[in-house]
Write a protein that binds this ligand. Structure first.
Ligand code: OGA
Ligand code: MN
Length: 286
């Protein structure tokens, strides 16, 4: 039995007394996935993962890893493994990134509400984010429960949104804040179509599948669909649906990208070192 301490009235829990590097048994891994179906965000403190251990755990936990990331379109990462996404305020040489550094500007768009890897198909399922170097200033991550956001819609809206499909593109989300990929980079990031409303198989719960990457609704005029998506994101990120995570070194936070959105909160990343590593699994099979 996992010992879960709820962190919010609707979702998110801290799991205590587990060293994930030692968790190998299928039943134990299944228990964590089961808790994910309930809480959608799980926080594990004191998980001193190395890069290899993190990749190995993510693979044991859920099979295939997402490696076609937006950062990989900007050039190879410093770990030589595109499945290990470098969510850091530092450059390959370990120095703080400068103001106009392109990797930095691309990572800045994590401050928009989003869900990981919605711009590929299969999309992202779980993200595992490991806090390696945590700055002395607050640099929190917020999560929103998209199942509760769905539940809170009225029946007429649920009917209206039920079978809509949405085009997701990271080129679009970057453009909204004025970051442009080159045509060659953009060609590696063509985007994907996903349903607006998803059912999480194991729990049967429905959720709104939204993201900064959500560009428009298929078959709707683009401005109308884009306005509708902005309106839904505003609805889904009201304070009652949001948990705010305050990082400690060696935290591992796992979230379900099908059931949540998240965003990084601003801090002075040109002054403070913050190094996180993310592995994201793909939504394949059950
Ligand atoms: C991510 C992400 C937010 C943060 O790693 O996918 O969006 O606070 N991170 O760094
Ligand atoms: Mn993210």
């Amino acid at each position: 039995m996992l010992h879960c301490k709820p962190l919010h009235p609707l979702f998110a829990a801290e799991v205590v007394g587990v060293d994930l590097r030692q968790v190998h048994e299928p039943a134990a891994l299944a228990a964590i996935r089961h808790a994910m179906d309930r809480y959608a965000v799980l926080v594990f403190r004191n998980q001193p993962f190395s890069d290899d251990e993190q990749v190995a755990f993510a693979t044991r936990f859920d099979g295939r890893l997402h490696a076609q990331t937006s950062l990989s379109a900007l050039g190879a990462n410093r770990f030589g493994n595109e499945a290990l996404t470098d969510i850091s305020s530092v450059r390959a040489n370990g120095e703080l990134a400068e103001l106009a550094d392109r990797r930095r500007l691309s990572i800045l768009s994590n401050r928009l509400w989003h869900t990981d890897a919605s711009f590929v198909d299969p999309a992202g399922r779980y993200s595992l984010l490991s806090g390696r170097v945590v700055p002395e200033v607050r640099a929190d991550t917020e999560f929103a429960d998209m199942r509760s956001a769905w539940d809170a819609l009225d029946e007429a809206d649920k009917q209206r949104f039920q079978s809509l499909r949405v085009f997701h593109s990271i080129v679009h989300s970057r453009q909204t804040i004025g970051f442009d990929f080159s045509p060659e980079e953009a060609a590696r990031l063509p985007g994907a179509v996903h349903p607006l409303v998803r059912t999480i198989p194991a729990s049967g719960r429905r959720s709104l599948y939204l993201a900064s990457h959500a560009s428009h609704i298929i078959d709707w005029p683009i401005p109308e669909g884009r306005l509708q998506l902005l309106d839904l994101i505003e609805h889904a990120t009201q304070p009652q649906f949001v948990y705010r995570h305050i990082w400690q070194p060696n935290d591992l936070v796992i979230w379900d990208n099908r059931a949540t959105m998240h965003r990084g909160r601003p801090f002075d990343d040109t002054r403070y070192r913050r190094e996180l590593r993310r592995t994201t699994t793909l939504d394949i099979g059950t």
